[in-house]
Design a protein around this ligand. Structure first.
Ligand SMILES: [Zn+2]
Length: 408
């Protein structure tokens, strides 16, 4: 079956997708529309039943359901997204960010790794599976919008009736040959500091939110040390990090004024087993203690809260992938963790779906300049996906594969 993958077509599809500038930027409209249209047209050519559902104006999810024709069985989903982050200043690139040029065995451009190669590989992996003969159950191919934003595509899919029928998800994000059965969680916190404005010559007349902000930033180091002690270290996801990302206050043109307001932004990353409310309470307490000593008030806002997720390494969707990788490459893959969050986080949080992340491209190349993917990886991953799907759907990838619609 592995030989059934049309590698050339998968590489061409990756190039075609990269050449569409689907940048997910503030206020951008119909970001994913050209890519979604291209994918939808391809699914039509394949004869795949699919839906095109707008999750925001001009921003569709494209979701195909490929029936195996081999009797009842589980439902496996492959998942990817068509939006990309900005290229930044094109002058920083040594290649055309949207040229999808192939040189030295690599394809270059924004989205080559994150994750248009993954989208192409999963589509042609499923196509190879389908063309190799009937299989039990079915495969869902989900091409989502807005992963780089608020994950509207994953949220909409998680809320759809089809999601309730999915037994396992392979998210095709770039992880550098690692099978990631765990992903770190994230909490974004905003601390608004309320002081009292004063003349810089008479600081005793004010309450300085900048000094308070500096003390809070220092206190966050202790919060992180506490969290590492409290929640321990995960073999793949590491330990909790608490990083200040914003420290705002004052006006560079008003150097003689102590301002009334300040802001500290905090990016907290968590590991499986982290108690998010307990951690947020700890940040709040540390910030309030640091600021109240200066008479400065603190208002904490949880801007975003995404859990850390993990499924057992012997879960059928993971076991099938590991067996498939081993069959294609001759050696078993390494396990890893997703350093950030993916659509998989939302599919687990909102729909309870078991997700594993595995896809072409280096883990660290995403969102950088001169992004690239090794061209050979596109075909390799498509073969692994086809093989993993066959093993999962026929129950050959691990133990206790559940029938479709079974209890979760
Ligand atoms: Zn991505």
């Amino acid at each position: 079956m592995q030989s059934a993958v049309d590698t050339e077509a998968a590489v061409s599809l990756t190039q075609a997708l990269v050449r569409l500038r689907t940048v997910n930027a503030e206020g951008a409209e119909a970001v994913e529309l050209p890519a979604a249209t291209l994918v939808s047209e391809l699914f039509t050519r394949f004869g795949w039943e699919h839906t095109v559902t707008e999750v925001a104006p001009g921003r569709p999810n494209v979701v195909a359901v490929v029936e195996g024709g081999g009797g009842p069985g589980p439902t496996l989903m492959f998942e990817g997204h068509t939006d990309v982050v900005t290229e930044g200043d094109p002058a920083d690139w040594t290649v055309d960010p949207y040229g999808a040029e192939i040189r030295d065995g690599k394809m270059w451009g924004r989205g080559t790794a994150d994750m248009k190669s993954g989208v192409a590989a999963m589509i042609y992996g499923v196509r190879a599976l389908e063309q190799s003969g009937p299989f039990p159950g079915r495969v869902v191919v989900g091409v989502m919008a807005d992963e780089e934003g608020m994950m509207l595509g994953a949220k909409a899919f998680a809320a759809s009736p089809l999601a309730a029928e999915v037994d396992g998800v392979i998210v095709c994000e770039p992880e550098g040959y690692e099978v990631c059965a765990s992903a770190r969680g994230g909490i974004r916190l905003r601390l608004d500091l309320a002081g009292v404005m004063a003349h810089g010559a008479m600081p005793q007349e004010g309450r300085n939110p900048i000094t308070a902000g500096a003390r809070i930033v220092t206190a966050l180091e202790s919060v992180q040390a506490w969290a590492v002690e409290r929640f321990g270290t995960h073999p793949h996801a590491g330990s909790v990090t608490v990083a200040p990302t914003v420290l705002l206050g004052g006006d560079p043109d008003q150097l003689n004024v102590i301002p009334a307001h300040g802001v500290v932004g905090v990016d907290v990353r968590t590991i499986p087993g982290t108690d998010h409310p307990e951690l947020v309470a700890r940040v709040r307490k540390a910030a309030e203690e640091a600021a109240s000593a200066l008479g400065v008030g603190v208002t904490l806002t949880v801007v975003d809260d995404r859990p850390s997720i993990e499924i057992p390494e012997d879960h059928p969707v993971v076991a099938g992938l590991v067996a498939a990788h081993t069959a294609v490459h001759g050696t078993p893959p390494a396990f890893g963790a997703v350093p950030g969050t993916t659509d998989g986080t939302i599919l687990t949080r909102d729909a309870g779906l078991p997700t594993v992340v595995y896809g072409p491209g280096g883990k660290w190349i995403a969102h950088q300049k001169d992004e690239f993917v090794e061209v050979r990886e596109i075909g390799e991953y498509a073969r692994v996906y086809a093989e993993a799907a066959r093993r999962f759907l026929t129950g050959g990838g691990g133990s206790a594969n559940r029938p479709a619609g079974g209890a979760r």
